[in-house]
Design a protein around this ligand. Sequence first.
Ligand code: FE2
Ligand code: FE2
Length: 273
Amino acid sequence: MAARNPKSKRSTITIAHVSDLHVGSQYFISNLITRTVDELNELAPQAVVATGDLTDEGLRQEYKTVKIFLDRLDCKNVVTVPGNHDSRNVGYLHFEEFLGTRNKVLKFDGATIVGEDSSEPDLDGGRIGRERYKWIHDQFEENNFKIFALHHHLLPVPGTGRERNIVYDAGDLLEVLLRVGVDVVLCGHKHVPYVWRLENLIVINAGTVSSLRLRGLTKPCYNLIVVEDGRVRIYRKYPFGGRELIVDFSLVEGKYCKWERIDSEIMARGDLL
Ligand SMILES: [Fe+2]
Ligand SMILES: [Fe+2]
């Protein structure tokens, strides 16, 4: 795979990626999100992206609580997209009231983040839809670091049981994103963190940051993406815990190194051997 032109990859960009807060769930742990907000305020990333399932049932009271947590972030660049749980019970109306439009564009420091609503009311599955592709294409600028955010996973995630609810138009959307030259996709939904590289696209799944709706041996966590000197480094951070380097990718040489913790968690039982 040919390396990309590094001309656009300037300065340092740090992005925090949280997902699947599930405020209102019996499994929601407020200490985890409070701690995460404190950690992020100390880290001071340029942007925080929250990829959906912020609430558990899309209820107004749940959104009010989400808003309280997000307002505690010192970061001025916060991008939120709805998840399937947020659109339950016509919750997408409350999303718009408290968190703004369901599709968003944010540009800062040489980066562009496009967030898209992949949810469909009262369905667990998700889609973007062909009617949105041109709009997505038109939001990105040639020389920017390009990030696309949505709730549903765009590639299957290992360690999550039977595959379901992957973005229905994942194939077409992947092709659009590759043609646009998107660098990073941020998504959630499965509550299992994982990173894939597909051609020059890095697809980053986040785990649940503040709930115990966990699969297998995974733990609540969030992602940190650091773009610096033509390199993309992806860290997994555990609230109250340490952080691990998961991916180190050179945009200049195309060299890609991955250390996935979930590999060892699953392979410890031999399931993937
Ligand atoms: Fe979720
Ligand atoms: Fe979800």
